[in-house]
Design a protein around this ligand. Structure first.
Ligand SMILES: Cc1cc2nc3c(=O)[nH]c(=O)nc-3n(C[C@H](O)[C@H](O)[C@H](O)COP(=O)(O)OP(=O)(O)OC[C@H]3O[C@@H](n4cnc5c(N)ncnc54)[C@H](O)[C@@H]3O)c2cc1C
Length: 399
């Protein structure tokens, strides 16, 4: 059973400027036309549609947060959230490809790159001709990123990198040109590791891309483990300040978390649209299931989760765009990410229930959204990590 999205009016309620409204309409139309008809196949084939990355680039989606001087449209994190939500409404894999490509690929360079680094890398990334990846997680260090063991040693004016990364989005596509690698560059006086971020062109000898991870979620998004065997890049490839890499990457993750919250909001929007449509026509016991309170009330709960997730997401994005203090933005991004992603998981469970047997069939969209939603609670910091950050922001001495 194939259910088409697109029957329900845009129910977005947050205030937007005219540029944002135009963007939302354009991305929704693009997603319905260019992505929706193909997603089931891409998911089955575990294939990132590189051609869609180029199309999104032509539409300006990879340049939403970049200033005009780098080819962007300067529509801020609000603009990126709108685009990711609208793509995520039809497909979560393409949505995270965009969210990570901009939030983590373009975003880290924009925030910390030298003018020369920006001029070298940004034009292609902003145009969607190339993709940038962000390598923080390792086989032995996920939530506890400080425990990473990848090293970068300065030898004769070059960083020599050795180690491995795990689960890195957009890292092995034919158009991936760059990976920002977090590595230990020394030890601080208090014994903690000195962590720095280094820009590594993916065609550097010793940069090894392992086979595609076979995933339950985001199957058509490109995710690989990476290995670094004496990877040598110039000293000038240091991103930002030496020893400040951890802080920089954590700040970038705040932006990425808002993009994930937007992706979750798109998922909930899809679950609502599909559930309302199905409940209105599926008959049992002499009438549509939407007449039964047991079904209708569950769908009403999805609407509540949608409105709350959307409000939290765009509040966090607006704080960033307004240059709010980092602490305030950090807390808002964790709150949005935590609430929206856990709501997305609940919304997919409710939608699968509303659809009955059709909800678990892979020829309809609900099963794919159900699989995709789970990873929202894990990527860019798990739910537990968000609770930890929120509690710490409240002044609690939580470990
Ligand atoms: C599809 C996908 C794409 C990804 N893309 C990227 C990417 O592009 N770049 C990148 O660097 N990483 C990426 N990641 C990695 C992701 O950020 C990590 O998986 C995540 O941070 C969790 O780390 P972990 O998997 O090692 O789990 P662990 O850190 O081992 O955690 C396991 C469990 O323990 C819990 N836990 C850990 N510490 C605590 C604590 N102190 N208190 C309570 N609970 C705790 C966690 O919440 C989790 O439930 C990706 C992951 C996936 C699945």
């Amino acid at each position: 059973m194939v259910v088409n999205l697109g029957g329900m009016p845009n129910m977005h309620t947050s205030p937007e400027n005219p540029g944002h409204t135009k963007l939302r309409d354009a991305v929704r139309e693009f997603a319905d036309r260019e992505i929706a008809p193909h997603i089931a196949r891409w998911d089955r084939e575990s294939r990132l549609p590189v051609e869609v990355v180029h199309q999104m680039g032509e539409l300006g989606l990879f340049g939403l947060t970049a200033p005009e001087e780098y080819g962007g449209s300067d529509l801020g994190l609000t603009g990126l959230s709108i685009a990711v939500e609208e793509i995520g409404r039809v497909d979560q894999s393409v949505g995270i490809t965009l969210g990570a490509g901009v939030g983590l690929g373009v975003g880290t360079l924009l925030a910390y790159g030298t003018e020369e680094q920006k001029q070298t890398w940004l034009p292609d990334l902003v145009a969607g001709r190339r993709l940038g990846a962000f390598g923080l997680t390792e086989p032995g260090a996920g939530s506890d990123a400080n425990a990473m063991s990848t090293t970068a040693e300065l030898v004769d004016g070059q960083w020599v990198i050795n180690g491995a990364k795990q689960f890195i989005t957009n890292s092995g596509t034919p158009i991936t040109s760059l990976c920002t690698v977090a590595a230990r560059t020394g030890t601080l006086p208090d014994g903690r590791p000195e962590l720095s971020a280094i820009l590594v062109p993916t065609d550097t000898p010793g940069f090894i891309v392992e086979p595609l991870h076979d995933k339950m979620s985001w199957r058509s998004c490109d995710t690989h483990a990476l290995r670094f065997e004496d990877v040598r890049v110039p000293e000038a490839n240091l991103l930002g300040e030496r020893g400040n890499g951890f802080k920089q990457l954590m700040i970038s993750l705040n932006t990425g978390r808002v993009a994930v919250a937007a992706l979750a909001t798109g998922c909930i929007q899809a679950m609502l649209e599909l559930s309302v449509a199905h409940a209105g026509v599926r008959p049992t016991f002499g009438g549509p299931i939407g007449r039964k309170q047991g079904v209708a009330f569950q769908i009403a709960d999805v609407e509540v989760m949608l409105q709350a997730s959307r409000a939290l997401t765009y509040r966090a994005a607006a704080l960033k765009d307004a240059g709010a203090p980092l602490d305030e933005f950090r807390r808002a991004s964790s709150v949005a990410k935590l609430y929206a992603t856990e709501s997305a998981v609940t919304a997919t469970r409710i939608a699968a229930q509303v659809f009955g047997g059709y909800g678990v069939m892979e020829d309809g969209p609900i099963a794919r959204f159900y699989r995709d939603a789970k990873v929202l609670e894990i990527g860019e910091g798990t739910s537990e990590l968000q609770r930890m950050l929120i509690a710490r922001g409240l002044g609690l001495p939580v470990e």
